[in-house]
Design a protein around this ligand. Structure first.
Ligand SMILES: CC(C)(COP(=O)(O)OP(=O)(O)OC[C@H]1O[C@@H](n2cnc3c(N)ncnc32)[C@H](O)[C@@H]1OP(=O)(O)O)[C@@H](O)C(=O)NCCC(=O)NCCS
Length: 216
């Protein structure tokens, strides 16, 4: 029987733990093994009945381990989860029962689709993507590896997110717009123009603010 290991024991890890427990109660044949976190005390005082069993940077995956990516920061999750994959880890993609999904172009490994999110037709989604609650992805959109789409975002038709893009809560990407690799879009922002890689944009319309990170 597969045993679930949460990669990350922070708030997001505890949230996913609660969700997996409720899915288990609905009859899924999973056991929970524990959490990986570089902080062995990450679960202290939270009353979680499973331990931190190791550090994700060094843990050696076992044949019956099944991993859940519970890290939200794109560059961190990609480094840690790709490292585990290279050591043989199998990652589960979790789709909450309330999600409406037409995953016609495919969904990668280690993704999380939280409650009431939706994915339209002809959408392509890479590995380790987090789609948080109430976020929608429109037709023909492309979402690169390790993107984090916070709650209540609207990625509209044909929008393209590169690798490791972070969207703050309630961000909107207008049709056909592209957001470059490792760019950050602030909460509540509306992207009307192409966002360059590794830049931070915010506001309505979303603009880069002087002094924020920029690659080009
Ligand atoms: C855009 C963001 C990454 C910038 O964070 P930061 O580097 O800490 O920036 P600061 O809070 O120092 O703000 C810098 C300036 O940008 C403005 N600003 C920050 N976030 C903004 C946003 N979302 N929209 C518009 N303006 C914003 C601030 O008012 C401030 O302006 P000022 O210098 O005129 O006072 C952050 O504000 C944000 O929106 N993060 C998303 C959080 C989120 O939704 N997380 C998901 C749930 S956990």
């Amino acid at each position: 029987m597969d045993r679930i290991i949460f990669v990350g024991a922070g708030g997001f890890g505890r949230e996913l733990f609660g969700w997996v427990q409720s899915v288990q109660a609905a009859g899924r044949d999973w056991q929970i093994k524990g959490f990986l976190d570089s902080n062995p005390n990450a679960l202290d005082n939270f009353g979680v009945p499973y331990p931190v069993i190791g550090d994700p940077n060094t843990y050696a995956p076992q044949p019956d381990d099944l991993f859940v990516c519970a890290i939200a920061r794109p560059e961190v999750k990609l480094r840690i989860c790709r490292g585990l994959q290279q050591r043989g880890a199998r990652f589960l993609t979790l789709v909450h029962p309330t999600v409406v999904m037409d995953a016609s172009k495919g969904v990668g490994a280690g993704c999380i689709f939280q409650a009431y999110s939706s994915v339209s037709v002809n959408v392509q989604i890479g590995d380790f993507v987090l789609v948080n609650a109430y976020t929608g992805i429109g037709h023909d959109a492309q979402i690169g590896d390790a993107c984090t789409l916070s709650a209540h975002c609207d990625v509209t038709g044909g929008a393209i997110l590169g690798e490791g893009v972070f969207l703050g809560s309630h961000a909107t990407i207008l049709p056909g717009m592209s957001v470059g690799d490792y760019a950050t879009v602030g909460a509540g922002s509306v992207v009307l123009r192409r966002v360059r890689p590794r830049t931070t944009v915010m506001g309505v319309p979303a603009r880069q603010i002087a002094g924020f990170k920029s690659e080009s």
